[in-house]
Design a protein around this ligand. Structure first.
Ligand code: MN
Length: 250
C-alpha cells in the first residue's frame, strides 16, 4: 500500500461520520488533502470552523440535490455564506427514481448556484450528476464560463461522448473505488486524460469490506488507477497532487 501523505480525497462527507471532529483530525493526521463537502448550508459553519484549524482539510458549501425537495428555501442561507469559501458542493442534479419529482426545483437551485459562482469568480465546485449528465453539462455550459470557475464532476457516470463534452468544457473528474468496480464506468474513466483526474471516497457512502471508507482509502483508488493506466501508483498519486495544485492555483 502506498503512503497516504499527499493523497487527495476531493469529495468526502466528514460531517456524516459518527465523530465529525475525529474524522477531520484523522484526515489531517494522514496528510490526505480532503474536501469536506456539505449537504445543507446549515452544516457549513461547523465544517468551516473545524477545517480552519487544519493544513489538509477544506470545507465546501453545499445544498445536495437529494435534499432540494424539502430544503429549496435554504438557498438563501447558501447565498449568505458563499463569500466565506472558495469551495462549493455538494450541488448538482439527481434524476434517480426517488428524486426525479424534484428535478425542476433542483435545476432552479443548480442554475442559481452556477450563476452566483460565475458572478463571484474563482470557485471550485464538486458536482453530483446521477442520471443527469446532459442536463448538468447544459447548465454548466450556459451559466459558468470556464474562466469564471471550475467544475469537478464527482462519481460521474455519463457516456463516453458526455465525458468528451465535459472535458471540452474544462471539467475535472473525481474518481472513487466503486466506479472502478464497474466495467462500463471503467471504460469511461479511461477516456479521461491523466491531467484531469482527481480521487475521492464519497465516504461514508462507500465502503471497504464491512466498514465505511475514510479519506486514507483513496490509496486504493490510486492503486486501481495505476493498474488502469498502467503506471506506478506513486506516479498516479503525483499526477493527482499536481492536478489539485493546478486546480487551486489557476
Ligand atoms: Mn457525496
Amino acid at each position: 500500500m502506498i503512503a497516504t501523505a499527499g493523497l487527495v480525497d476531493f469529495h468526502c462527507h466528514l460531517d456524516l461520520y459518527p465523530d465529525h471532529a475525529a474524522a477531520v483530525q484523522d484526515a489531517e493526521t494522514a496528510g490526505v488533502f480532503t474536501l469536506a463537502v456539505t449537504t445543507t448550508p446549515r452544516a457549513w459553519p461547523r465544517n468551516h470552523e473545524l477545517a480552519q484549524c487544519t493544513k489538509h482539510v477544506r470545507a465546501a458549501l453545499g445544498l445536495h440535490p437529494q435534499l432540494v425537495a424539502e430544503r429549496e428555501n435554504e438557498i438563501e442561507l447558501w447565498d449568505r455564506h458563499l463569500a466565506e469559501t472558495r469551495y462549493v458542493g455538494e450541488v448538482g442534479l439527481d434524476a434517480g427514481p426517488r428524486f426525479f419529482k424534484s428535478l425542476d426545483a433542483q435545476k432552479r437551485v443548480f442554475q442559481h448556484v452556477l450563476q452566483r459562482c460565475a458572478q463571484a469568480g474563482d470557485k471550485i465546485i464538486t458536482v453530483h450528476s446521477i442520471r443527469t449528465a446532459k442536463a448538468v453539462l447544459d447548465l454548466v455550459e450556459a451559466h459558468l464560463p470556464p474562466e469564471r470557475g471550475k467544475i469537478v464532476l464527482h462519481w460521474f457516470t455519463g457516456t463516453k461522448s458526455e465525458t468528451k463534452r465535459a472535458l471540452e468544457l474544462g471539467c475535472y473528474f473525481s474518481i472513487n473505488a466503486a466506479m472502478l468496480h464497474n466495467e462500463r464506468h471503467t471504460s469511461m474513466v479511461q477516456e479521461i486524460p491523466l491531467d484531469r483526474l482527481l480521487t475521492e471516497t464519497d465516504g461514508p457512502f462507500t465502503s471497504v469490506g464491512e466498514r465505511c471508507s475514510n479519506p486514507s482509502d483513496v490509496a486504493l483508488v490510486v492503486e486501481a488507477l495505476g493498474r488502469l493506466y498502467q503506471l506506478p501508483a506513486k506516479q498516479v498519486a503525483k499526477s493527482v497532487r499536481d492536478n489539485l495544485r493546478d486546480l487551486v492555483s489557476e
